[in-house]
Ligand binder design. Structure first.
Ligand SMILES: [Zn+2]
Length: 101
């Protein structure tokens, strides 16, 4: 199977609510700060119960395809979000909310 990045309109808030950051072996829930979450069949955070629909990884910065593919194989039911895109959008949102305060 080949892999390609596809651009689509998204609700960044929905992604933030349902994303998990992972490394090669474990996940990290940004909401309850739980670390060391097993990746196998991951559908919700075992600690806070948050539903997981998206996955990304700091190790996949700059589109490192081998890492993305390894994570995709472990978590095929989750949508892989490009880390650089995610970081760009969430830091833009953070900047906007600072201005609005
Ligand atoms: Zn959690």
């Amino acid at each position: 199977m080949d892999y390609i990045r596809i651009w689509t309109e998204v609700d960044i808030k929905d992604i933030q609510e349902h994303i998990i950051m992972v490394d090669d072996k474990f996940g990290h829930c940004h909401k309850c700060k739980k670390i060391g979450i097993e990746l196998k069949d991951l559908k919700q955070c075992p600690s806070c119960g948050r539903e997981i629909k998206y996955v990304s990884s700091t190790e996949a910065r700059k589109g490192k395809a081998d890492i993305v593919i390894r994570i995709r194989k472990k978590l095929p039911h989750l949508t892989f979000v490009d880390y650089d895109d995610y970081e760009r959008l969430t830091s833009k949102k953070k900047a906007q909310s600072l201005f609005n305060e």
